[in-house]
Design a binder for this molecule. Structure first.
Ligand code: ADP
Ligand code: MG
Length: 228
């Protein structure tokens, strides 16, 4: 029993530390990327190839940070009542530019009276990884719909896209570490998402059809909206 407590304190320390390292590392990665790109514009073809390879590797490092630690804050885990529409407004604000850049849109319909229990940063990370997958699946114009409602004692969140969809083989491997079908994928996004949803006592399932799109349905225990 005692060991358990020590272990979870250690885990919190490590995840807090990982978050601050990610924050600190992100800036130098970006700065280095900028200089390499600058150099690649001023040099001959052979050297340019090396420089662009270096840029691609830096991008890979930042994608890993993004999938794990977009919203991680260097502080101890705090669990509180989350106002769903507020959380999702923030997430969509971050992702809208990414969707718009390729002519896609995110359409949101979340009622104002839904509350769940969890850590705000982690919850945002879980959803951002999913909505990002939907935007990537559009690969151009298309829609991602996000809506929510309560039913009996749970809150349901749907994320639906009309992107490329998945074959059953892909569907059955979601969440396996390093499973990715993208050239620049990490294969870590859904693993992180599933873990966070599990800790929040949530459920998640996917429906998908190749060539038509994907719908994820997440549910969490409902809590009553008395702030904190
Ligand atoms: P990554 O995005 O880095 O590839 P993820 O764990 O986020 O890793 O996703 C794993 C794989 O699941 C993706 O490469 C993709 O093939 C598939 N996938 C996930 N979400 C969707 C979606 N909404 N539409 C189509 N395929 C998806
Ligand atoms: Mg992903």
């Amino acid at each position: 029993y005692n060991n358990e407590i020590q272990r979870s304190e250690k885990m919190e320390m490590i995840s807090g530390l990982a978050a601050s390292v990610a924050h600190e590392v992100r800036n130098p990665l970006q700065v280095t990327r900028g200089f390499l790109q600058l150099l690649s514009n001023r040099t001959d073809d052979k050297e340019r190839d090396y420089l662009l390879l270096a840029v691609a590797e830096l991008d890979r490092a930042s994608h890993i940070i993004t999938d794990f630690l977009t919203f991680a804050k260097p502080q101890l885990e705090d669990i509180k009542v989350l106002h769903l529409s507020e959380e999702i407004k923030h997430i969509v604000g971050v992702l809208k530019p990414l969707a718009n850049l390729q002519g896609g849109e995110i359409i949101v319909d979340i009622p104002n009276n839904l509350y769940i229990l969890g850590n705000s940063s982690k919850f945002k990370q879980a959803l951002i990884n999913m909505i990002k997958n939907s935007i990537e699946a559009l690969d151009g114009p298309g829609q991602v719909h996000v809506w929510a409602y309560m039913s009996v004692d749970r809150v349901f969140i749907h994320i639906k896209d009309n992107g490329e969809g998945m074959e059953p083989e892909v569907l059955s491997r979601l969440g396996q570490p390093y499973f990715s079908n993208k050239t620049k994928g990490t294969g870590l996004g859904l693993m992180v998402t599933f873990r966070i949803i599990e800790v929040m006592e949530g459920n998640i399932k996917f429906k998908s059809k190749k060539g038509e799109g994907t719908e994820a349905i997440i549910s969490f225990p409902l809590v009553y909206g008395n702030k904190n």
